[in-house]
Every structure is written in C-alpha cells, then in structure tokens.
Design a protein around this ligand. Structure first.
Ligand code: TMP
Length: 220
C-alpha cells in the first residue's frame, strides 16, 4: 500500500540517547492538549503490534547481540513501514497532529553513520518504508554524546534493563551526533536544532518558540 499525502501536522523528535526527548515530548503534548489540539504520539521502533515485537528484538533481546547491521536496518525500516500505514498516514489524513518520538532520520544517522552502512542504500530503504509521509518539522535535541550516553546508561541500569542499542562505544554516539548536525545543516528548512544541554524549562521554551513560529493554530 502506498502511503499518501497528509493534511495534519507532523512533527518528529530526534537526538541521541539521554537527550531528554521523552520529557520534552510530554511537555509539548500537555501544551497542545491545553490548546485543544488532538495529538497522536508514536514511538519507534514500535507503535503497532508488529513494531513492538520488532522493538523487543532490536533492543531488549540479549541473544540478538550478533544481529548484522543490514538486518538491523531492515528491521527498523519494517517497524516504520507498518507504523506509517497503520497509524500515522490515517491520522494525518484526518487532520490530526502527529508527534513521532524518532522517525527516518534515526535510521539515516544510526544505521548510515553509526553502523557505517552505505548511505544511498539507507536513503533508498527509508524512502521505500515511508512513501510520501515525511515530517514537516523535526526538532533535533542536540547534546554532548558522552554526557547523553552516560545519562541513558544510568537510567537503563537503574531500571535493570539491557539495551542492545546503548551497548556501543562512545565513538558510535559521536558519529550519530555529528550525523544529525550534518543532516540539520543540509535540511535546515525542516530540522531545527535545540540545545538540549540547557535546563528542562529552557529547552521547552525553545521548542514552544519554534512551534509558535511555524504553526498559526498553535499561536491562536
Ligand atoms: P529510544 O526509544 O530510547 O529512543 O531508543 C531507540 C533506540 O533505537 C536508540 O538507540 C536509537 C535506535 N534507533 C536506530 O538505531 N534506528 C532507528 O531507525 C530508530 C527509530 C531507532
């Protein structure tokens, strides 16, 4: 099934581990709700029955440690292909706002730059997975890779969770961060960089400012 054009607003959040995405998404959801704007929140990998199974395999299955980078790429793409057709495209067609906790830029940087897969192949697979459904705004929460990774690891350890994706050397996360920054430079119309090293309040104020500027119904 071809995913088709959208009527609603589509915002994705991106950033490396520990950048505070979940907290900021929660704050933005509250704000939108107060303004009476109905929002659908998605997360990746996951968000559908198929996607949640894939998420388990990709993240929390210690036996999957030997997964190849190619298989990993295709699994992330498979989860997204399902999510786009089953959830995101129908919501956008009904004029709903969709907020995605990660979308195709994660694959571009984690699999393309972190894992070092052929970037053209990654772009091709990304396009195949999402069709025409692309975010109109992407908020990139940028912070120092070491700081972010340490923060994410501390959370997983406190929760007693193994996370296959977090189990990488620091230079992996440095490539991811640089990859995001380069992407934001190329796609500067769509991607806004937010300094995530600031306080929660300062970060949420920056995000609110960006959304206000972009969407008249938010400022109304
Ligand atoms: P998160 O739920 O904490 O954001 O973690 C998702 C993990 O999966 C994170 O390490 C980034 C990684 N990931 C990819 O490598 N490629 C992708 O396409 C997506 C969506 C996530």
């Amino acid at each position: 099934m071809q995913a088709t054009m959208q009527k609603g607003r589509f915002i994705s959040f991106e950033g490396s581990e520990g950048c505070g995405k979940s907290t900021q998404i929660r704050i933005l959801l509250d704000l939108l709700e107060k303004k009476g704007i109905a929002v659908l929140l998605t997360r990746e990998p996951g968000g559908t029955v198929v996607g949640e199974r894939i998420r388990d395999l990709l993240q929390y299955t210690p036996e999957a440690k030997g997964m190849t980078a190619e298989a990993e790429l295709l699994l992330f793409a498979a989860s997204r292909a399902q999510l786009v057709r089953e959830v995101i495209a129908p919501a956008l067609q009904q004029g709903q706002w969709v907020i995605a906790d990660r979308f195709l830029d994660s694959t571009t940087v984690y699999q393309g730059l972190g894992r070092g897969l052929d970037q053209q192949a990654v772009a091709h697979i990304n396009d195949f997975a999402v069709g025409e459904v692309k975010p109109d705004l992407t908020l990139l929460l940028d912070m120092d890779a070491q700081q972010g990774h340490a923060r994410a690891k501390a959370v997983s350890e406190a929760e007693g969770k193994f996370d296959r994706m977090e189990d990488q050397e620091l230079d992996f996360f440095e490539r991811v961060r640089q990859g995001y920054l380069n992407l934001a430079d190329i796609e500067n119309e769509r991607i806004s960089i937010v300094d995530a090293s600031k306080s929660i309040e300062e970060v949420s104020a920056s995000i609110e400012g960006i959304i206000k500027k972009r969407y008249h119904e938010f400022s109304a």
